[in-house]
Design a protein around this ligand. Structure first.
Ligand code: PLP
Length: 350
């Protein structure tokens, strides 16, 4: 990292394609994917299905659209989909479930973002009550973004799956960062995926591709998802140039996620050693920093860090900052972030 370049820790979505990824993108073989003719997209979909141990996968322009397609696929208008209270579906998909599916999201509060079968059980509502909405879907998120990249352990996901099956309900997993969960735990992606009816994975976060996500599930589910994607305006033509970036990310950037996790731990340990901040050690690459000084607002902290070339975001929670490690932040960048936080901690009150 060049000495004066900005250390952008706002999100792992800020990565720019490397020269090698750009070469793969430039050289991608393409065709009209709406006609099924794009060889690079077909290769990506096969690779994702194979990695996740699912029958089929479908390329989407974004994680939000793939999640929304899954909710449409599994639910019915006028019913409820259960998810964790701070799930991406609730906070960041702009009421998509109500808009596109006519579904009410039923938020289930947890202590740490990890939605267990015990949390969900009391919220499942079935058909025999005329006055309450029926549950048609359970959603999970792994890793959990707003819980600080928290990994949902495999046995917790398995418990959710068993509960879903007991009630004849589908289980959709928002696995935008399932790559990180797998690398952090050593649990194969397919073991997580086996617990789900469908799951969404994203290429434009830790894997460093510019665009794209995939939904995976049975052949029958992906056939239906194809139509839903088209209806949502997600049918793309020579989008093999995007799939090439995703394929490159899977091959070269997936194995290196452990470095992002180690760098997140380094920054956490450093910031935890400073007065006025506390951080719960992250499982993966998302660091949630609590400001414990009443005189220091997130806005002021962000402005101060920005002046020192370090970018972080405020979250929706009062007094909380978020910093995310990714492939465009190296060890030198983390040390610059540590120095900027040290200077911030030393600022006088007021
Ligand atoms: C957990 C989670 N799910 C879904 C998404 C949506 O992905 P996209 O930005 O590709 O729509 C994000 C994006 O940050 C996310 O963090």
């Amino acid at each position: 990292m060049a000495k004066n370049s900005v250390v952008d820790l706002r999100s792992d979505t800020v990565t720019r394609p490397s020269p090698e990824m750009r070469r793969a993108i430039a050289e991608a073989e393409v065709g009209d994917d709406v006609l099924g003719d794009d060889p690079t997209i077909n290769r990506l979909q096969e690779r994702v299905a194979e990695l996740l141990g699912k029958e089929a996968a479908l390329f989407f322009p974004s994680g939000c659209q793939a999640n929304q397609a899954a909710i449409i696929l599994h639910s019915e208008p006028g019913t409820e989909a259960i998810c964790e209270a701070n799930a991406h579906h609730i906070d960041y998909e702009l009421v998509g479930a109500a808009t596109w599916s006519g579904v009410q999201l039923r938020p289930v509060p947890t202590e740490d973002g990890i939605l267990t079968a015990d949390h969900v059980r009391p919220y499942i509502r079935r058909t025999d009550d005329r006055f309450t909405p029926r549950t048609t879907l359970i959603c999970a998120e792994n890793t959990h973004n707003m819980a600080g990249g928290k990994v949902m352990p495999l046995d917790v996901l398995r418990g959710l799956r068993e509960l879903a099956m007991e009630h004849g309900l589908p289980l959709h997993l928002d696995g935008a960062r399932l790559w990180n969960a797998s690398v952090a735990t050593g649990v194969p992606l397919a073991d997580f995926a086996a617990q789900t009816s469908t799951l969404m994975v994203t290429f434009s976060k830790g894997l460093g591709a510019p665009v794209g996500s995939a939904l995976a599930g049975s052949v029958e589910a992906m056939e239906r998802a194809w139509t839903i994607r088209k209806r949502l305006g997600g049918g793309m033509r020579q989008a093999g140039i995007l799939a090439a970036g995703a394929l490159y990310g899977l091959e070269y950037n997936l194995p290196r996620l452990a470095k992002d996790h180690a760098r997140a731990r380094r920054l956490t340990e450093f910031v935890n050693g400073l007065d006025g901040f506390s951080v719960v050690p992250p499982d993966t690459n998302i660091i949630m920093i609590e400001i414990e000084r009443s005189d220091l607002s997130p806005k002021r902290a962000i402005g101060y860090l920005r002046e020192r070339g370090v970018l972080v975001l405020a979250t929706a929670r009062p007094g909380q900052l978020r910093a995310v490690t990714h492939l465009d932040v190296d060890d030198a960048g983390i040390e610059r972030a540590c120095e900027a936080f040290e200077a911030l901690a030393a600022t006088p009150s007021g």
